[in-house]
Design a binder for this molecule. Sequence first.
Ligand code: CMC
Length: 431
Amino acid sequence: MAHPTRTASLTIDGKTYELPIHSPTAGPDVIDITKLYAQAGVFTHDPGFTSTSACDSAITFIDGDKGELMHRGYPIDQLAEKSHYLEVCYLLLYGELPSAAELEKFETTITRHTMIHEQMHNFFRGFRRDAHPMATMVGVVGAMSAFYHDSTDINDAHQREIASHRLIAKMPTIAAMAYKYSIGQPFVYPRNDLDYASNFLRMCFAVPAEDYVVDPVLARAMDRIFTLHADHEQNASTSTVRLASSSGANPFACIAAGIACLWGPAHGGANQACLEMLKEIGHPARIPEFIARAKDKNDPFRLMGFGHRVYKNFDPRATVMKKSADEVLDLLGVENNPLLQIAKELERIAVQDEYFIEKKLFPNVDFYSGIILEAMGFPTAMFTPIFAVSRTVGWISQWKEQLADPAMKIGRPRQLYMGETLRDYVEIENR
Ligand code: CMC
């Protein structure tokens, strides 16, 4: 971090404190309050971290007002158009686009790590058949620390590197196995001659009884979904991974924590919730009823796939995803898909509605990803696991960055205590 040249003044009870201001390479300036408690004896209060930066980072930048998302400086639309998932993984992990030789080596390494320890199959079999694949993934990824002891030492750079490769490589295998287990089909082993996305599709949809040929258009769409979800700076699951890691926890435990957080419907669970909402709406005629519910303060219902903490103009990932949805549905001959018709009409009505305009609520990436995934044949329960596969590289990149940061310390938020003050214990017969 560059030495700050400006300060902000904070006056409390007539005493003024000078707080350093840091200027980032992009984005708003940041007031450094790390010494505030020591100097002034006060905390700052910011539930939900709406105005608080929790770390230095050089990986991903979002300008929510302009609708910009950049990885290592490269805009997401260029990456989605010209690059592919494993190249973006390399970029996120190592900071630069790879040379041809570097990319080939990286792809070979990831491909060679896609199989999981055979004994881990027993883990899957311990789950109920109807377990949500996210529940299975949280458990199985956490259990990796019980199988890969040689990559749990976070102080060893080589072990950190192997853990990174293992997680990126094995996550599609684990997600596909969670799916296969839930539908009672045999696990399909990965194949080294397939690219990352094709391999995932095959592990999900092949059966031993017949050959499965991956359609290149679907593989491209799958790869684009992975790419668009690869990282998103300090979102809830990434912050969870960073917080878990700040205690020195092993990488598999940290990523399992990230998966658990991603599952929530306000985060990665939104793509499943969005598709379920479109199904519940059922017909364009019922859209006004659901819009009215979303606007009703007394109704907890929200339009799933709408709104974002950071994007207040549009979600650049949604723009690419919408185009991809058209391509996939066209290929599959389902451009008249009733859910897509409802989604398009819902978007048309919502973006013209005063409530949504005033609160800057636009369709986010999850609004269209669910429609593509359903058209590809994925059940709704697999949408969030696919998000988890994609986001693993983001979690890992941020985890690596944090471990290399000399300013890293255990995350330990303070609180605004509003409970009882000191009182004496009351014997049970006197209560
Ligand atoms: N439908 C109706 N009203 C909404 C919605 C929505 N989807 N989202 C926000 N609002 C309203 C909210 O009620 C609040 O109104 P008021 O100011 O009158 O209280 C206002 O807009 C601001 O909302 P907020 O909850 O304070 O905003 P937030 O930044 O805390 O929440 C969000 C962001 C994404 C959690 C929220 O917009 C939401 O719940 N959206 C639906 C779930 C969703 O699609 N999530 C996926 C996010 S993108 C993928 C990812 O990053 O995981």
